[in-house]
Design a protein around this ligand. Sequence first.
Ligand code: EPZ
Length: 419
Amino acid sequence: MYKLTIHGGKALSGTIKTAGSKNSSLPILFASILADTPITLTNTPHLSDVSTTLRLLMNMGAEFILESDNALFVDSSKLTNLVADYHLVKTMRASILVLGPILAKYGRAKVSLPGGCAIGTRPVDLHLKSLEELGATIEVKNGYIYAQAKTLIGAEIYFDQVTVTATENLLMAATLAKGTTTIHNAAQEPEICDLCNCLNKMGAKIFGIGTSILVIEGVESLNGVSYSVCPDRIEAATYLVAAAITSGSITVKNIRYQSMRAVLGKLIEIGADIKTRNNSITLDMKGRRPKAVNIKTSTYPNFPTDMQAQFTALNAIAEGHSSITENIFENRFMHIPELARMGADLTLEGNTVFCRGVESLTGAHLMATDLRASASLVLAGLAANGTTTIERVYHLDRGYETIEEKLKLLGAQIERVQD
Ligand code: EPZ
């Protein structure tokens, strides 16, 4: 296992390039199951979640080649094993995204229940209910989902609550259903738009992209295409917070800032000077200490839950009092006790953390627990006086491509060392 050691207190500066989106790459890789011919993806990030997805697909009979120019050639057109095993699914909840495509293409599937994770129970009831409304028969026993559907029939589907991957599972299944499916209260994340754009390029007929009502006219078949994955807005936002928390100034390139308005608005509120042009964002704190900012997480286009932990670290050293309310997941506060060990003054009441900004944090020996909580510990370590050590960095590698290399490019003193 590896850990990160960070010598904090240095203002970050410089330019980095955002990688492709994790939460766009994963559904698009699973969408390759729907195609009768291989797909070629470019701009896919080098993340352990992408490797896990490729392993899961390979386990089912898919083949892939990482080409010299980093393009990913994936042939999932002839699966021989329609079972998604627990030993792979348990390491990545997004594996549930295999269900819709396999059901649509092969008419039957056996997928392990993903189980909960550090941030919550993460049920999949809305995935199953919506697929049943397309005509699937679904039984859950011994920790597995057994799904059958001779033919999926388009239907009007109403999601009781906004759910990203259930929207993705359903829309992928609907592309090959008979007739038209309308999804009401669909999630509108940019990663869903990316998936829809890729599916339409493959021959699907999806309308209302980017809105809460998606209309999918079922087609006979889909073909493989070449597609470039959209940039990762959460990775980009995390580095912008790294600059803000160290009172630095950085430029993030290869980013669609239009998908980050809620986060950019909050960064302006903390006192950052933000410039956006073409496909880059420059944040400049001009050496100033950030001002505290109140946050309430919600669904897109509002403030993303995936940036909550990072802004908690920022508020911990900001000037003033603030509150951060987590409205999406029931336990996305695993970073709080670790930040408190660095001297942060944070009080958790229900789903709200109250922050009193302190002048500075002190480095400590910390334990990463989940992807975004780990990112918040790195940010706190960058700002803290002294040395911070973070164990179990495999959590970070799920969603941040070579994080220590990118931070070094920005002047951070950070090393990855073997435990
Ligand atoms: C996706 O998770 C993302 N993962 C998450 O990113 C992100 O935090 C989340 O959406 C919210 O934006 C991927 O895209 C791979 P949800 P997902 O279904 O789809 C409840 C990261 O850090 N719910 O939108 O699993 C659920 O418990 C990860 O990159 C049900 O009750 O989230 C939650 O409270 C973490 N039943 C709420 O809906 C269901 O069947 C929203 O969850 C499904 C969800």
